[in-house]
Design a protein around this ligand. Structure first.
Ligand SMILES: Cc1cc2nc3c(=O)[nH]c(=O)nc-3n(C[C@H](O)[C@H](O)[C@H](O)COP(=O)(O)O)c2cc1C
Length: 390
């Protein structure tokens, strides 16, 4: 608490980094986004301008990253104006849906990469040391840092070409429109995303096989009480609840719009457990999900050779760069990770999917997404920056 007050109050100190940041052409867009008139989206997320310390600006930028179920399982122990220890939040894991916390750590990788790319227009670069205190087992989650991150001003820091897309990147669960995504488009995205740790596969043929796996995976997740309950607990049922909690999922995030979103929100009765778990509620949700699945125009899959903590974090960084490249090209991603999740009810489908993709031994499919064009989705909140400080 003391540390938190110190950080916020000491925000008035103007550092060289803060001064240097003024006036750079790419900065205005990275930090404030290409906000359209009438849009309130910038009020939904921490504003890097509020802070003068480089590390606080860097965190505010990193918080725009995606995370599983929008958990934002990120915690920061500030060391000084330029450095911090970065942890996952052990209070916000997904034990039913993500038993090993693999996806939580992919979300940590997404945060790191968003930060590393997003600070370049400030003339800053990040030194990132993974697991500085070791990281052996689940008991270390939230106790030992995932990384020590130090930002520093450096001469001739090149603005990362993906930096301008950080605020515009969004997960999109709405149906895809237009043509099947071409392989040349995927190759262009891969080139923009740069060097990768994971193997990245692209499919734009035999999509019915993927659609079937996506549907069955979501059906299992929805009809398994523990995973469906985990989603309910992270669901926000009104705009005021979304604004107040700043994390989690909601009906608009599922792709519903306008009056329909309001009607569906009412039908789940503010998350009343009986209404939520009723098979008729799940049937309706699956009908809605099917429309988006049926619209699939391409599938991208990330695979690692081993399945270590570092693989998870590196995979998140790969996923982040690819996501930003998609934003740059007007494309959206929608993960369908259900069939790769590691709980008993999913074992058979996971094995079937692994076999289909040809994954065996220590290899692991880390992310599976639908890629395509779509209409603009609901813009998600983040918690206020102070809520993530330790
Ligand atoms: C590791 C990881 C796994 C995810 N898995 C899913 C998924 O299976 N289904 C889904 O609809 N969204 C998935 N998402 C997307 C998140 O729900 C989304 O990032 C979050 O709600 C914040 O929204 P935004 O990406 O628009 O900022 C995943 C994101 C990450 C980082």
């Amino acid at each position: 608490m003391e540390r938190r007050e110190f950080i916020i109050k000491s925000g008035v100190v103007i550092t060289a980094a803060a001064l240097l940041s003024a006036g750079h052409p790419a900065i205005a867009q990275t930090l404030s986004g290409a906000e359209k008139p009438g849009e309130k989206r910038n009020k939904k997320r921490p504003d890097p301008h509020r802070f003068s310390q480089p590390i606080m600006k860097a965190i505010a930028i990193g918080l725009n990253a995606p995370s599983p179920h929008n958990t934002q399982s990120w915690k920061f122990k500030i060391i000084d104006d330029n450095s911090m220890l970065f942890y996952v939040d052990r209070e916000v894991l997904l034990p039913a849906t993500d038993p090993p916390s693999r996806q939580i750590h992919i979300g940590a990788g997404c945060f790191i990469e968003t930060l590393a790319i997003g600070i370049t227009p400030l003339g800053l670069t990040a030194d990132i040391q993974y697991f500085p205190e070791g990281y052996e087992e689940a008991d270390d989650f939230g106790i030992k840092p995932v990384a020590e991150i130090q930002v520093r001003q450096a001469d001739n820091v090149a603005v990362h070409p993906l930096a301008p897309y950080i605020l515009d990147r969004q997960t999109n669960r709405r149906p895809s429109t237009g043509e099947i995504v071409k392989r040349t488009t995927f190759e262009d995205l891969q080139a923009m995303a740069g060097e990768v740790h994971s193997k990245v596969l692209f499919f734009n043929e035999n999509l019915n096989t993927f659609k079937d796996i996506f549907y069955r995976g979501l059906d299992i997740e929805s009809r398994t009480r523990s995973t469906n309950e985990e989603t309910r607990l992270l669901f926000r049922f009104s705009e005021s609840e979304r604004a107040e909690k700043g994390n989690g999922l909601s009906i608009p995030q599922m792709g519903y719009k306008g009056l329909m979103a309001k009607i569906v929100e009412m039908s789940v009765r503010k998350g009343d457990p009986v209404a939520w778990h009723k098979s008729s509620t799940i049937d309706k949700s699956m009908k809605h999900i099917k429309k988006a699945i049926e619209s699939t125009k391409g599938v991208v899959i990330w695979i690692t050779e081993t399945n270590t903590f570092k693989d998870w974090v590196e995979n998140g960084r790969d996923y982040m760069r690819f996501s930003l490249a998609c934003t740059a090209r007007g494309l959206y991603l929608h993960p369908y990770n259900q069939a790769i999740q590691e709980y008993a009810e999913m074992d058979d489908l996971r094995a079937e999917f692994d076999q289909l993709i040809g994954v065996s031994g220590t290899q692991k499919i880390q992310m599976v997404v639908r890629i395509g064009h779509s209409s603009k989705p609901y813009y998600t909140y983040r918690k206020s920056l102070e809520d993530y400080l330790m």
